[in-house]
Design a binder for this molecule. Structure first.
Ligand SMILES: [Zn+2]
Length: 425
């Protein structure tokens, strides 16, 4: 006889192991797609009973093996059939794989997940199952023992059935490619994990304070800290600032503001009109322009060094500076390449190397004998404080070296930053 015959094969299995409809069906899951394991198993169970009945009638098998088989077909319906057939089955054995707990497990975990997702905004989801514990091991052993090429891993069945319930209850579609929420079940460790897709928001900020750092650091006030407050409407676990470049703690960013992308980590809410979020105080001002995505983050950061920036500086000199000298300074720094060795003050976090950056133009106006104000437009990444001071010769040429007197930047503002070339900006 054809040893892949499914009646023959399933009969062989249930003579040895008690199985519920689901678990029996799952051993042939790839046959009759669309049936579902429960119905597939029920069809096999009923056919097995009829086949055994025939064999007993024709003297091929005796009644005791029919009783054994019936006792191993763990379904309420089997009881009724046994009574109708006048057979006395002492006990209906519990399913070898799931202990007749399958439906209860699916129900409990679905409920658990629904409770977990309560109050969370999302459009799409996907369910995954990393481990079905001992149930999975027993199921796998059966597949190996009886060589069942059409069986499916019980994890697939579990996540699919839960997915079906969630789809119905939530009225949301599963998305296997890029879901808002990924639900991961680990039955072995009784754990439920949620992976929530982060949200990205593009905007600009102005930093109005000279005592505020960009990222959350040792300063009480930071742009990133305020950003978390500004975006608290998302009820996120965390908000991370990805900015196009940075300014020092004592430097303000005014004018056009600095472009950034906020990464909103594990948000509970997703549908917020970000353009309506207003947030400003004495230290910062935010403008939220549109939603962004994770691909734009490296582009925003990568492009920054190419983007032009304009600064306003107040410069203090050790000696008197004249109008003529300042005019010469303006002429000299017209489209001038400056060579900058990593500034002493950032050596602890930056590699020591020489960079060449372009100064497009400089404007300077005298305020008093030793002070002047200056507008400087330069390539992204140009260190302005060092362009002015010279950083003991590490930046060359500098205002100090050109004027032959020590100059120092006493206050600095970024007043204009070229916009990144991202989509929709
Ligand atoms: Zn079962």
């Amino acid at each position: 006889m054809d040893d892949q015959n499914i009646i023959e094969k399933s009969l062989k299995i249930v003579k040895k192991y008690p199985l519920c409809d689901h678990c029996l069906g799952s051993l042939f899951a790839r046959l009759g797609k669309g049936l579902g394991n429960e119905k597939r198993g029920a069809a096999l169970r009923r056919t097995i009973i009829m086949e055994m009945d025939r064999r007993v009638r024709e003297g091929i098998e005796d009644e005791s093996s029919l009783v054994t088989v019936l006792g191993n077909l763990s379904s309420e319906e089997t009881k009724e059939i046994a009574i109708a057939m006048n057979l006395n089955i002492h006990e209906l054995k519990r399913c070898y794989v799931c202990g007749n707990n399958w439906n209860e497990l699916v129900k409990t975990w679905s409920k658990k997940i629904l409770d977990y997702l309560d109050g969370m905004e999302f459009e799409s989801f996907v369910v995954g199952c990393t481990n079905c514990g001992e149930m999975e091991e027993r199921h796998r052993d059966l597949i190996a023992e009886f060589k069942l090429p059409y069986a499916e891993n019980i994890k697939n069945s579990f996540k699919r059935e839960i997915g079906k319930i969630l789809k119905e209850e939530l009225r949301k579609e599963p998305d296997f490619v890029d879901p808002d929420i990924t639900i991961i079940i680990d039955l072995k460790n009784n754990e439920l994990k949620l992976q929530i897709k982060p949200i990205y928001v593009y905007g600009i900020y102005k930093k109005l304070s000279r005592r505020c750092s960009q990222s959350i650091w040792k300063y009480e006030c930071s742009v990133e800290g305020y950003l978390q407050e500004a975006l608290n409407v998302f009820q996120a676990k965390e908000v991370v600032l990805h900015a196009a470049g940075r300014e020092d703690v004592d430097v303000r960013t005014l004018g056009s503001g600095r472009p950034f992308i906020a990464k909103v980590v594990k948000p509970k809410r997703r549908y917020v009109d970000v353009t309506k979020i207003k947030y400003s105080n004495d230290d910062v001002y935010f403008e939220f322009i549109r939603y962004s995505n994770k691909d734009e983050v490296p582009r925003l950061k990568g492009e920054d060094s190419l983007k032009e920036k304009t600064y306003f500086a107040v410069v203090q000199c050790t000696e008197t500076v004249t109008e003529d000298e300042l005019k010469a300074l303006e002429d000299f720094f017209q489209n001038t390449i400056v060579s900058q060795q990593t500034p002493t003050r950032v050596l602890h976090r930056r590699k020591d190397m020489v960079r060449t950056k372009k100064v497009y133009w400089v404007k300077a106006a005298k305020v008093d004998n030793t002070t002047f104000i200056s507008l400087i437009k330069g390539e992204g990444g140009l260190y302005i404080k060092e362009l002015i001071s010279g950083d003991n010769g590490r930046t060359e040429p500098s205002f100090s070296s050109f004027l032959s007197k020590e100059c120092k930047c006493v206050s600095l503002d970024v007043v204009w930053i070229e916009k990144p070339t991202l989509e929709n900006t």
